[in-house]
Design a protein around this ligand. Structure first.
Ligand SMILES: [Zn+2]
Length: 219
């Protein structure tokens, strides 16, 4: 477990965070030490990118008066939490969107730097490869998080837009979006991990919907 402070926020990096980044970076197909370097570069780029994402949430929470904000990077990516935080719907939307937007903005900044660097001939090599990974992770992570599936950022923002009185509608949209996104990514990219998360989220949203529809429970 790694712990440090960044902009005053305590940051904890759980071992599962490295494991998921290694898996996404292709660690399972490494055959020799030469193939190990791209995986390590992917892990560093992914770690920095996800940290920036969570910083986006944390800095916006601080802007709205939250104290005791902590960042945890875990097997699902990361989370920024504040004890007893209460947001208005507008603040909830901004806090949710700040993470993916800051992350995507940083990805686009590095992309712009690479395009300029390409023209003056200083790109390529290890830094170039890590920059490519950073751009890829930042844009993909930000876009996936903006899918309106609760509890992803897009789902949290949707909850802020529709409000607590329309929680059933939020959960229904979440369920459908999870199924559509999971199936779409499975058929287009042949990826297994993300669709698995989407199936999990669809089931959790379905269970939450049943709880909301019968708050006293079946017993
Ligand atoms: Zn987020």
């Amino acid at each position: 477990m790694i712990r440090f402070r960044l902009f005053g926020f305590p940051v904890t990096v759980e071992p599962w965070h490295w494991a998921i980044l290694a898996f996404l970076g292709g660690a399972l197909s490494v055959r020799d030490s030469e193939q190990l370097l791209p995986v390590l570069l992917f892990m560093v780029a992914g770690f920095v990118s996800v940290l920036i994402h969570e910083l986006g949430h944390a800095l916006t929470m601080r802007l709205f008066g939250c104290r005791h904000i902590a960042i945890v990077l875990n097997g699902f990516g990361g989370i920024a939490v504040s004890k007893g935080a209460r947001f208005t719907r507008g603040q909830q939307i901004l806090v949710s969107l700040a993470g993916p937007f800051l992350q995507a903005a940083c990805g686009l900044l590095v992309l712009a730097a690479l395009i300029i660097g390409d023209e003056v001939g200083w790109t390529g090599g290890t830094v170039g490869l890590m920059s490519d990974f950073f751009i890829y992770v930042s844009l993909a992570w930000a876009i996936l998080n903006l899918i309106p599936v609760y509890p992803l950022d897009g789902g949290q923002a949707l909850n802020g837009v529709l409000g607590p009185l329309r929680i059933e509608l939020t959960l229904r949209i979440s369920m459908i979006a999870a199924i559509v996104a999971g199936a779409g990514i499975f058929f287009v990219f042949k990826s297994i991990l993300f669709p698995m998360f989407m199936v999990f989220f669809a089931i959790e949203n379905y269970k939450a919907l049943k709880r909301v529809q019968s708050p006293s429970g079946p017993w």
